[in-house]
Design a protein. Structure first.
Length: 179
């Protein structure tokens, strides 16, 4: 293992260990989402399309050839993904992946085990955070009652986007982990 990935692994484990594990007294049923579910590393995954003009969000289904990843962008739409824990932790905490869906997913898998939901909205050099991220946040917090304070996980460009979102959110972040 290269020293870079070793350092990332240590940072991920430290981040995950700092989080409280869901306890029987604080567990709750996971929130349900519309649309067909697929699996992501053994957890239920729901896919959505966010229209960049109207900011409406509609369920879709990941193509079978995508596996755990996301390969098929749709012009004028942003792919959005939410993965639900088997049992949600109290307060419905969630983590927002800033970029690079399914790259080095160890942190997200550990967060799911601890009762966090995982969310992602398609981002790239051309698809930067903006009103689409606001619409996705509103969809998750107002419609599906996830915590108003997500924890961000971002590496490289995803770290930049997490930082930008944190500035727009006016302190509405639980935690930010950047590499």
């Amino acid at each position: 293992m290269s020293s870079r990935y070793g350092l990332i692994a240590v940072a991920i484990l430290a981040f995950a260990q700092a989080l409280p594990a869901a306890s029987p007294a604080s567990e709750s049923a996971s929130i349900t989402f519309s649309g067909e579910k697929t699996l992501w590393h053994g957890f239920d995954r729901y896919d959505f399309l966010l229209d960049e003009q109207t900011l409406t969000i509609q369920p879709t289904k990941a193509a079978p050839d995508e596996g755990d990843g996301m390969r098929h962008p749709v012009r004028g739409q942003r792919r959005c993904i939410v993965v639900v824990p088997k049992i949600a932790a109290q307060g419905n905490p969630w983590s927002w992946r800033g970029c690079y869906w399914d790259h080095q997913p160890q942190t997200e898998i550990e967060l799911l085990r601890r009762g966090f939901h995982i969310a992602y909205v398609e981002s790239s050099q051309e698809l930067k955070p903006g009103h689409s991220w606001d619409a996705w946040y509103e969809f998750l917090t107002a419609k599906h009652e996830l915590s108003a304070k997500p924890a961000f996980v971002g590496m490289s460009r995803g770290g930049e986007y997490a930082y930008r979102r944190g500035g727009r959110a006016g302190g509405a972040l639980a935690e930010t982990h950047l590499t």
